[in-house]
Design a protein around this ligand. Structure first.
Ligand code: PLP
Length: 446
């Protein structure tokens, strides 16, 4: 197209969005600062979703902004294949220091989806180098979200993300999801019921045989489907069963890491050390795309370390991205990690968990169409009664109404409304957000 009108909205194909509806009534953001977005018509909108679960330090933080500005003037790009630049090593060390136990090796990519694909490839390479190349199968979980790469949708369990895209990766299986409304409705934190569901892994292992299974991948708290906290004891059991059968355990912490659950990582909150952690989003507070995988020493050593593993010229892991360890992402990550540390934002999230949970659960009394509320850390989901025969319609209407009429950005998944505010959120914001949700649900769903 040669004649591009400045305000033509037809060329950009928005992801996960009904494009014609958007074009008819655009939700256009032009600026952000702290807890707020600002729309093209000058309205202030509370960011209830930290963008897409990523802007944990709040928006356009001065320290992060200037770190990125300075970096682009000093070193715009440097390759990470056979070369390096200091800041990417510094970020890796900082992340390794935050991660529990011997999760010491950090592989960088650019997004959560790439982090999942990278972790899956690392798991396959690990078994092959250990002489167990038959271990190629991955076990994910129903309702899981692991991004949109073919690896991620294959182990993921959100039906719409899978059903359009053919046979996917061969040789995957899925654990049952952990949600049961009859047993768990309106739970704050980790539900008492459901830990036993991890035992299903034994049945899956019995079916396929351990010798065919490379790894189990789960989100410690399933986020995108609408905040499903792990039942008490569940993650511990998965760890035990994986250890018993020589299966790697991958925690997809793309949402959970960097303070969302009041800790650096969910692994720390639960005292369970996986073999690999995937991360993205909060590592740069969303300012520059960055993702990665943290590997335990034994995983790295089997592939690329240990005495005599690497010959002078021999590459052991044939995987990486042009933008692995990008200087701008590295600068943004370093500045972000400093903000988290200096402003005590993970501790702040931990302290706010109880008042946040109380305020969110208070919506139950104020909006009768809310069928369940689940909260963990600074994340909450409100399940709203669907319009019969039109799944997702109520969620969409609520998202639109909250944006235009109430000045609140939320993330919806089907008919579930989620809040996951930046970790700088104050109790007054929490009150405003929950008021707006109660009001909007009553208005839209009666
Ligand atoms: N994994 C999890 C657990 C996520 O929540 C997401 C995104 O929400 C992803 C992977 C994919 O991340 P990205 O959208 O950066 O590819």
């Amino acid at each position: 197209m040669s004649d591009i009108a400045p305000n033509d909205l037809s060329s950009f194909w928005l992801p996960f969005t009904p494009n014609s509806s958007f074009q008819a009534k655009p939700r256009m953001i032009t600026r952000a600062k702290g807890m707020y977005y600002y729309s093209d018509d000058g309205r202030e909108i509370i960011d209830g979703s930290a963008g897409l679960w990523c802007c944990n330090a709040g928006h356009s933080h001065d320290a992060i902004v200037s770190a990125v500005q300075n970096q682009v003037a000093e070193l715009d790009f440097a390759p990470s294949f056979q070369f390096g630049h200091p800041k990417s090593f510094e970020v890796a060390s900082r992340i390794a220091a935050l991660a529990p136990d011997d999760l010491n090796r950090v592989f960088f990519c650019n997004s959560g989806s790439e982090s999942v694909d990278s972790a899956m490839k690392i798991a396959l390479a690990y078994h092959r180098y250990k002489g167990e190349g038959t271990r190629t199968r991955f076990i994910g979980r129903e309702k899981g979200y692991h991004g949109v790469g073919f690896g991620g949708i294959s182990v993921g369990g959100m039906v719409n993300n899978r059903k359009f895209f053919g046979p996917l990766l061969a040789g995957t299986d899925h654990l049952p999801h952990t949600y049961n409304r009859d047993e768990q409705a309106f739970t704050k934190g980790e539900p008492e019921w459901g830990g036993h569901l991890a035992d299903e892994l034994e049945n899956i292992v019995a079916l396929h045989d351990a010798s065919t299974i490379a790894a189990v991948i789960v989100e410690p708290m399933a986020g995108s489907i609408g905040v499903l906290p792990p039942p008490k004891g569940y993650l511990e059991k998965l760890r035990t069963i994986c250890d018993k059968h020589g299966i790697l355990l991958i925690f997809d912490e793309v949402i959970c890491a960097f303070g969302r659950l009041g800790h650096s990582f969910a692994a720390e909150r639960y005292g369970v050390t996986p073999d690999l952690i995937t991360f993205a989003k909060g590592v740069t507070s969303g300012v520059v795309p960055l993702g990665g995988v943290i590997a335990r020493d034994h995983v790295f050593d089997a592939i690329d370390g240990g005495p005599g593993a690497t010959q002078d010229h021999e590459i052991r892991l044939f995987h990486g991205y042009t933008y692995t360890g990008h200087p701008l992402a590295s600068a943004a990550a370093l500045a972000t990690l400093n903000v988290y540390r200096d402003e005590g934002l993970f501790e702040r999230a931990a302290e706010l968990e109880a008042p946040f949970g109380d305020a969110c659960h208070g919506v139950r009394e104020r909006a009768s169409a809310v069928e369940d509320i689940r909260s963990l850390g600074l994340a909450v989901a409100f399940d709203v009664a669907p319009v019969p025969g039109k799944p997702g319609k109520r969620g969409y209407d609520l998202m639109e109404h909250l944006f235009f009429e109430e000045g609140l950005m939320v993330r919806v998944s089907g008919d579930t409304v989620c809040l996951s505010p930046p970790l700088i959120v104050e109790e007054s914001h929490i009150e405003q957000m929950t008021d707006k949700i109660a009001k909007a649900v009553t208005h839209i769903a009666g």
